[in-house]
Design a protein. Structure first.
Length: 510
């Protein structure tokens, strides 16, 4: 039933007759444990017209209000996925989950907002933004945009200002890999960092040494290693560590905060740890695949099974997963994304003779909340409040939309999940809501279940049924100068005064 031609995925997806926002606009969630990043308490949550109105014990309401009993369960902010690629053109094809199917999958898994990467069109940021505005028209949940920077000139620099001041974008991703397509060199990276700083926008990096990856790929092909395992062997962790260290040092030189996306290795994580220890503002985002999987799948005898694990940076050898979990539990890494970037088996088969042609990307938008719970909370590594922080609140803070998002507080958007810690989940391509025909977590079971998802005050997921409305999702503008920029100007002033040298120390006498 999950073919690329599905207009909307049919796996249990229904359509609510209500229009966005108006009907069932009053909700009372009774008796649950309300969890925020800073605090948890047993309380009721009252919602009107998509906004949380009150959070306190024993709220009394009239009869016409819809009641949801959350006794014995957690009431938490819906997940925010900081890293997705819906309907992205990439490696000669397009990701098979679009803004409807990808978001439907997200909602079934308790994620109520995502931030996707706009890819410029022919280098134009404005054209890229307009293309993504169109793609996002069928949204059924709120979303924001990062912007990828794939080349550099005066017009890109000018358009960055338009994005920040007029379009609600406060973050830009620079690719240090994908030589020949998205990669940029150090000169451009530096100029890009400077521009981000001047706009109060957050610089993000895909940190792998793209030149070395290119050489590593040639090496594998020369050795006759053309299968999916060649993908991992061609771009080892040392190249991720190198690029992460380089990006961190350049961000230090510029004195601007840095966000490292998809941290997949101990090598990269330790560079982030070292920088943070020295006081540098560096954020590290592990993704679910890197936290819970290892590279063994890439050696599967079936091409399609092995190819589904191909993403960049690659999923690493056993050991990196546990180290990333530990780093997340101690605050060395701060939030969890997915890099949801899905291609079906037909698309993955483009690389049957050459791993370099396998479209890079894995699923995760539907599985993130469950897998992070099972891996981090059930294992005893983090608290329930920490879970809310790393799946929702910290993302909202970094991208400057807190407390509208990422909190169960009066005045916040009513994007809420009811989570039953005593139930269980099981993952399979036969029951997931993504349009793809495989799942990298096939057969995985664990404790805990998102039983209800509420987005914008509407119940969209309950009793394993999705009722989503295309067009109900809103674009969330993200203002510049998040908390990460606090103190940057003071540090700059201190740096200038530390130089001691007068501006013109020697003068020619002629
Ligand atoms: O393999 C990946 N990660 N595909 C998506 C593009 C990116 O680098 O994030
Ligand atoms: Zn389907
Ligand atoms: Zn990337
Ligand atoms: Zn990505």
């Amino acid at each position: 039933s999950h073919s690329q031609s599905d207009q909307f995925c049919d796996a249990g997806v229904g359509y609510s007759e209500s229009t966005c926002g108006i009907s069932s606009s009053k909700l009372l969630i009774k008796g649950g444990t309300v969890v925020n990043a800073h605090h948890q308490q047993i309380a009721d949550v009252y919602v009107e017209d998509g906004i949380i109105v009150a959070v306190q014990p024993n709220i009394k309401v009239p009869d016409d209000v819809t009641l949801l009993d959350a006794t014995g369960k957690y009431v938490m902010p819906g997940g925010i996925d900081p890293h997705t690629h819906l309907a992205m053109e990439f490696m000669g094809t397009e990701t098979i989950d679009d803004y409807f199917s990808g978001q439907a999958a997200a909602l079934a898994g308790g994620t109520t907002m995502h931030i996707d990467f706009v890819i410029p069109v022919n280098g134009s940021l404005v054209a890229g933004f307009e293309a993504y505005e169109k793609k996002a028209k069928k949204s059924c949940m709120d979303y924001g945009f990062h912007m990828a920077i794939t080349k550099w000139d005066e017009s890109v620099s000018r358009e960055m200002e338009i994005m920040v001041k007029e379009k609600g974008i406060n973050s830009f991703k620079f690719f240090m890999a994908y030589k020949g397509s998205l990669m940029i060199n150090d000169e451009l990276l530096l100029q890009g960092f400077e521009r981000c700083k001047s706009l109060g926008a957050l610089a993000m990096v895909h940190a792998e040494n793209g030149d070395a990856v290119f050489e590593g790929q040639k090496r594998m092909i020369e050795l006759g290693i053309t299968g999916p395992e060649g993908h991992a062997l061609s771009r080892p962790a040392v190249l991720e560590g190198e690029a992460t260290a380089r990006a961190i040092r350049l961000a230090k030189f510029v004195n601007t905060p840095l966000y490292v996306v998809h941290v997949m290795s101990i090598d990269a994580m330790e560079e982030i740890a070292k920088a943070r220890k020295s006081g540098q503002k560096v954020i590290g985002e592990p993704v679910v695949s890197g936290l819970v999987l290892n590279d063994s799948g890439l050696w599967d005898p079936e091409f399609i099974t092995a190819a589904k694990y191909v993403m960049s940076p690659p999923i690493r050898e056993a050991g990196h997963d546990k180290a990333l979990q530990a780093a997340l539990s101690t605050g060395v890494l701060q939030l969890v994304g997915t890099d949801h970037c899905v291609f079906n088996s037909t698309q993955k088969a483009f690389g049957i003779d050459d791993f370099r042609k396998i479209p890079n990307g894995v699923n995760g938008i539907e599985e993130r909340m469950h897998l992070v719970w099972d891996t981090m909370v059930e294992s005893g590594q983090i608290s329930v409040t920490d879970y809310v922080r790393i799946t929702s609140t910290e993302c909202a803070r970094i991208f400057n939309i807190y407390p509208r998002k990422g909190a169960i507080l009066a005045g916040s958007d009513a994007d809420i999940i009811i989570f039953n810690p005593n139930s269980s989940f099981e993952i399979s391509a036969s029951s997931h809501h993504s349009r793809t025909d495989t799942n990298i977590y096939e057969g995985r079971k664990g404790k805990g279940k998102v039983e209800v998802t509420i987005v914008g005050g509407r119940v969209v997921w309950k009793d394993d049924e999705l009722k989503v409305v295309p067009g109900c999702g809103k674009y969330i503008e993200m203002p510049p100068l998040s908390y990460l920029f606090n103190g940057i100007d003071k540090a700059d002033a201190k740096y200038r005064s530390s130089l001691k040298a007068p501006v013109k120390r020697f003068k020619s006498t002629s």
